[in-house]
Each structure stands twice: as structure tokens, then as C-alpha cells.
Design a protein. Sequence first.
Length: 174
Amino acid sequence: MTRPARPVPLGHPLAARSGGVYGVAFSPDGRTLATANVDHTVRLWNVTHPARPLALAEPLTGHTSFVYAVAFSPDGHTLASSSDDHTVDLWNVTDPDHPSQLGTALVGHTGPIDDVAFSPDGHTLASASDDRTVRLWTLDPDRAIRRLCAAIGGVTAQQWHQYVPELALNQPCS
């Protein structure tokens, strides 16, 4: 029986190697826990047996400052991490024992990014920053192209590089 009014600790606390932990998130299946760490890393933990968590893989590196928040996509295949370095990194965690970075960091905020969240369909990521803005990021380049074409009818080279920098320039709206 669950007793929210009387929680009980499970096992020993997870210890960060250096510094503290700013954020945590469970994967949708509940088997993996991600931690956002002061030492500029993200760590993955196998919590299939919550009283005996096990560290998975090497810490994920890419940020150059404190990591504030982590969030799993609804399908559990992607992890987003946000940082004091004004960036969001995306990670392929389909196999949490062998995670890898997806593309390049998302940039655009002018302040530390305090939180990230995926939309329920997993196609959009929201990031909240000390710069007093929330940014929405489409994670599906084809969808972004269709929306852009529908909104403006054509795409300049500057717009293409702003919205889909990972793809070679073409004229998808013609």
C-alpha cells in the first residue's frame, strides 16, 4: 500500500562524485534515473531495484557549467539536459548503458537554463531560462520545415540556417 503521508527511504542515498545534484528525472518506464550535477555532468542510474541503484555508463559530458535539469522524452529514448552555460543538450538513451549525444547543443537563451520539459507527443521541447524567456524547440526537422513553409510560403538561406542548421540548404517550399 502506498502511504504518501509516511514516505520511507529506500537503501542508501545516491552520491554524486563531486558537488551536488540540482535535478532528477525518472524515465517513463521507471527503470532509469537521470541526475543533473554541479560537476557539469549528467549521470544515469539503473533503479530497477530502488533499494540498490546502480550507476550506468560514464557520466554524460558536454556542458561547460552546472547542469540544472534533466527530462526524458515520453518514449524514453531521448534525455534533455539544461545548464548554467545557456545550452540544452539532447542525449540518445535508448540503451542507457551506451548513451550518446544527439547533434549539437541547442542555443538561443542568454541566461542559465533552469528547466526543460517535453510535450506529451515528444515532438517539442520547452526550456525555461533566467533570461525571462521560455523557448520551444521542434525536435522533428521535417515538421519544422512544413510549418515554416505553411507560415511564410518560402524560405531564405538565413531562415533555413536558423531553423534547421543541421540540414543542407534546399528549397522545400517550391
